[in-house]
Design a protein around this ligand. Structure first.
Ligand code: DAH
Length: 343
């Protein structure tokens, strides 16, 4: 085969490879080196120029020049194609509307808990937690519940066995704290509680409470009143009034329930749907710690006095945000929860 045929085969081969080449940077560069590199096929033929008989030199030069030009053009157009391909891939349209990320919101109960806790934290209360599965001793006995008190009745309490219950309130944390700490004690105890009640718009089998306890020498009922007064003004608003109504709890003496003036009707009542016409809303129970509770917790009732209070978070959240069914707080309905995004 003479050198002309060899070159022509080479050109055919070049066309074949060109038609099958991937438009990728590495493949293009390899292809360029193979044909146009210093030791590439085309240079090698040019190096053979001296061996070509004189009368064929012109023809050979022409053939090789056209091969070289074609190869150069092919490489150039491959680079162009590569460029276009890359620009297309990298193109980002800044004017397109973005994909909105799914946005969660704080649950109204968490928000209520946090807001209430932070007001008392500012007054120097620290946080204590206790178990949700509690013994009869801490839930009732140490809190001065008489043996036959109706709250121990299976109607209200979920019993695990005859000595263990799901706590019906956060008050057992009072006793647990008094056993661990020496006065002065100033704690806030938030947590989940359970009651075996018929479920309806205002009752659920589980709910939350926040308990407060302050023990020191010479703690008085007026300090309790002031603390709760400051809390109510801060949480519900300066215009909201409060009243202390005598009440009974086994673990406090004297005991009171606190009502606030209805912030929907401004305390007028009439046919207000929130306060049912009374002008008042009950928000918590409180009192001075009963000496019997001190005794069961190892604190000297002759030396120390203290106050305690407890409030239901669901009830307060419902009042504050105008929620008329407690079950909504446990339903995980996004349409309900999303209304609290702005909180
Ligand atoms: N534990 C009571 C309840 O669940 C609420 C309560 C009342 C807590 C008076 C207290 C208190 O600390 O002093 O109904």
């Amino acid at each position: 085969m003479d050198i002309f045929d060899e070159v022509k085969d080479s050109i055919d081969q070049f066309h074949q490879e060109l038609s099958e080449l991937d438009v990728e940077e590495r493949a293009i560069e390899d292809f360029r080196i193979k044909y146009l590199g210093k030791n590439g096929i085309i240079s090698n033929y040019f190096n053979k120029f001296g061996q070509i008989p004189n009368d064929k030199k012109k023809e050979f030069g022409k053939l090789m020049n056209s091969f070289k030009n074609e190869a150069n053009q092919a490489i150039e157009s491959l680079h162009q194609k590569l460029n276009e391909k890359q620009t297309k891939q990298e193109f980002f349209d800044y004017t397109l509307p973005g994909v909105k990320p799914v946005e969660g919101s704080i649950h109204p109960l968490s928000k209520t808990m946090d807001d209430i806790a932070s007001i008392f934290q500012d007054m120097g209360f620290s946080t204590e937690l206790g178990p949700e599965i509690e013994t009869d001793y801490y839930n009732f006995q140490a809190l001065n519940f008489p043996e036959n008190h109706p709250a121990r009745d299976a109607q209200d309490t979920f019993f695990v066995d005859d000595k263990v219950v799901l706590r019906t309130h956060t008050s057992p944390i009072q006793v647990r704290t008094m056993e661990k700490q020496k006065p002065p004690i100033r704690i806030l105890a938030p947590g989940r509680t359970f009651r075996n009640e018929a479920i309806d718009a205002s009752h659920y089998c589980t709910f939350h409470q926040i308990e407060g306890l302050y023990i020191d020498e010479d703690v008085t009922f007026s300090e309790l009143k002031t603390t709760l007064y400051l809390f109510v003004k801060k949480y519900f608003g300066e215009d909201v009034a409060l009243r202390f109504r005598p009440s009974f709890f086994p673990f406090t003496e004297p005991s009171a329930e606190v009502d606030i003036s209805c912030f929907k009707c401004g305390g007028i009542g009439d046919d207000c749907s929130l306060c049912k016409g009374s002008g008042w809303l009950e928000i918590l129970g409180c009192g001075m710690v009963d000496p019997n509770v001190f005794k069961s917790s190892g604190i000297d009732p002759e030396k120390y006095t203290g106050y305690a209070f407890g409030m239901g978070i669901e009830r307060i959240a419902m009042l504050k945000y105008g929620i008329d069914d407690i079950r909504l707080l446990y339903g995980s309905d996004k349409r309900f929860l999303q209304q609290f995004k702005q909180l």
